[in-house]
Design a binder for this molecule. Structure first.
Ligand code: HEM
Length: 208
């Protein structure tokens, strides 16, 4: 549907959604990443681990940032309609970023208690992104958009799982097992929320 004929409520919903996601990214950037860089005492031990892991973390973070930023650009109907080639190039960079982010993520968790949770998150990221890529190649555009929404939901778990980082009970007392379960729970919840959103019309409207 051309952007000009999109129902006003759908377009308003999209704007509110992207503004909320953007504000959440900003909040997490300040309360997690900026405080990590400036050696906030609660994050000190983790900071030492991040420094030791820097060789894997640099490609991992770059790939993650690409995936996080390309999402909103490629979901824009306006950009897709006017610059299809740009959409395709960014889409390929997104797919490569997800694979790089997933494998470096698994390598970072290797030998640590977080491995099962991270592997499950990486598997969901790869499966949704590969399905989105294949459906695009087959010109199955409805399915392509749905799988991209699922894939981006997994990308966004990096942000959502850090919103509560400043709460001491969340940051330091969860323990290894609960943290791994937490990663899986965030991934599952994100996918379910997206699927509820994708089926919202069918769930709330009775067929004649
Ligand atoms: C938007 C996408 C992502 C970005 C920008 C990103 C970036 C980062 C950054 C900056 C760190 C170190 C600082 C911190 O923990 O805050 C990190 C750590 C890590 N990330 Fe990612 N990441 C993303 C998605 C993922 C995904 C989907 C996975 C799972 C496959 C993952 C696995 C890990 C692991 C295992 C660590 C080490 C943390 C730990 O040991 O607790 N990341 N990531």
């Amino acid at each position: 549907m051309p952007i000009s004929t999109l129902p006003a409520t759908s377009s308003r919903f999209k704007t509110i959604l992207w503004v909320s996601l953007g504000l959440t990214v900003l909040f997490v950037f300040i309360t997690s990443e900026l405080l990590l860089i400036t050696d906030y005492p609660m994050y000190h031990a983790y900071r030492l681990q991040v420094i030791a892991d820097r060789h894997l973390l640099i490609p991992h973070t770059l790939a993650g940032i690409f995936a996080l930023l390309i999402g909103p650009i490629n979901f824009s109907s306006r950009i897709r309609q006017r610059h299809l080639q740009l959409h395709r190039i960014l889409g390929r960079i997104y797919v490569i970023s997800v694979f790089v982010g997933s494998f470096t993520g698994i390598a970072l968790a290797w030998g640590r208690p977080g491995l099962p949770g991270t592997s499950m998150q990486a598997a969901a990221w790869i499966v949704c992104t590969t399905a989105a890529f294949l459906s695009a190649r087959n010109r199955q555009i409805v399915q392509h958009r749905q799988w991209m929404a699922r894939s981006y939901a997994v990308t966004f778990t990096f942000v959502s799982s850090r919103v509560l980082n400043l709460v001491p009970a969340y940051w330091s007392h969860l323990g290894d097992v609960l943290s791994a379960v937490g990663v899986i729970a965030f991934t599952l919840a994100s996918l379910l929320i997206v699927d509820l959103g994708l089926n919202w019309h069918e769930l709330t409207t009775r067929r004649d």
